[in-house]
Design a protein around this ligand. Structure first.
Ligand code: V47
Ligand code: SF4
Length: 373
């Protein structure tokens, strides 16, 4: 490996990373323009092991996509519908609560709740949803609403971002997922999601959430029309905010799925691009503890391989997923705990069940049997 590393034209950058030196914009772009995936992955793996040892995390969770009605209609999204359009849906509070309670009964430690930007559901609906789940489901963490949804809710409620977050937190919101970040570049946003909250707006919502003690994740949607420069500038913006707040838990690269979207003639991502984005993210985001492979989007096999390319977390059981499957994902909608553990062990890693905040979860054998394994 040493020889392979030394003969690589990007050896200077990899050495910097290995010695704990911060990588620059130019370094990141050069890494993306290189096809030396083994040396890049090797150093990403070193950093990953330095931060997380041999642990590979997973979570017993459930996704609930409460509505696909959305006023934004981003060009990369196959999930959203206009109100009244065929295929549009909105779940009643009772249905959401039923799904949440069933998941907790089966051992879920986290509920991941996101949806479209509904034009006329009142703020009270969201408060009631979070409060009802919080009061009925003990010992579950509610991770809900992207920064884009929070800004939308603040408009509906005619409240500041801070007050909106405060009311949601009081109702039982535990943290925020990382969606809606897409690629921060204004040019890309103008072309793909002109109605969406700007990149700066997304970052500002996260700053405010972190300032009041709400942790969050961060994502980047890649494999559409973005350039290596767009990707690196996105990562550097995340790194800067993380330096200010320390509030991001994990970074999750999201592999674009083109089917049924306005970009359906795009060919989607390749394994090479997926591994590059994962390992380069690990190298650039030196102040993030965790890089997560969302197996629903990345595919089960590549998620397993990614555990040697910088990833230390492969997300969770998920149970029901609508966003990626609307866009042609061929992965199943759920994985059992047993399947996840097998994948991790086969990759030579030690599976650690975590909660949202990366505390390890200890289960009685009986609880474990109750889970769908
Ligand atoms: O915000 C939309 C993306 C996100 C497509 O925080 C698409 O732990 C691929 O953010 N192809 C929602 N991606 C999912 C998300 C997420 C998932 C898992 C874990 C976490 C976390 C967050 O999905 C959206 C958007 O960026 N998206 N359409 C598509 N066609
Ligand atoms: Fe709406 Fe989110 Fe889909 Fe954009 S990605 S159209 S904001 S649901």
């Amino acid at each position: 490996m040493k020889k392979l590393l030394q003969s690589s034209p990007i050896y200077d950058i990899l050495q910097k990373a290995e010695h704990g030196e911060r990588l620059s914009f130019e370094d990141g772009v050069r890494l993306f323009k290189s096809n030396d995936i083994l040396p890049i992955g090797h150093v990403a793996n070193i950093i990953r092991e330095r931060k997380n040892g041999n642990h590979a995390y997973y979570i017993t969770n459930r996704h609930i996509n409460y509505s696909n009605i959305c006023k934004n209609r981003c060009k990369f999204c196959a999930f959203s519908r206009n109100k009244g359009e065929s295929g549009s849906y909105e779940m009643a509070l009772e249905e959401i609560l039923e799904k949440a309670m069933a998941a907790v009964e089966e051992g879920a430690k986290e509920l991941h709740i996101v949806g479209g930007l509904h034009p006329d559901l009142p703020f009270d609906f969201y408060i009631k949803m979070i409060r009802a789940i919080h009061e009925s489901c003990h010992d579950v963490h509610i991770q809900a609403f992207t920064a884009v949804e929070i800004e939308h809710l603040s408009q509906i409620a005619r409240l500041s971002i801070r007050q909106t977050l405060k009311e949601l937190k009081e109702a039982g919101l535990g943290s925020m997922p990382g969606g809606g970040a897409e690629v921060f570049s204004p040019e890309i946003r103008e072309q793909l999601c002109p109605e969406k909250l700007s990149g700066e707006g997304w970052l500002q919502v996260m700053r405010e959430a972190h300032a009041m003690g709400l942790r969050s994740n961060a994502t980047m949607l890649y494999g559409h029309i973005e350039t290596p420069e767009d990707r690196i500038s996105h990562l550097l913006k995340l790194r800067k905010v993380q330096g200010e707040t320390g509030g991001f838990l994990a970074f999750i690269p999201l592999a674009f799925h083109p089917k049924n979207t306005e970009l359906s003639n795009s060919s989607g991502t390749t394994a090479m691009l997926d591994l590059k984005v994962i390992s380069i993210s690990r190298l650039m985001l030196d102040n993030f503890d965790h890089i997560k492979a969302y197996w629903i989007m990345l595919g089960i096999k590549l998620s397993q391989v990614s555990l040697s390319f910088g990833v230390d977390d492969i997300d969770g059981t998920v149970q029901e997923e609508r966003i990626t499957h609307a866009a042609g994902a061929e992965t199943p909608e759920t994985l059992s705990v047993r399947e996840i553990i097998k994948l991790i062990k086969e990759a030579g890693r030690e599976p650690i069940e975590r909660d949202t905040l990366y505390n390890s979860v200890q289960r009685e054998q009986r609880d474990f049997m109750l889970q769908k394994v």
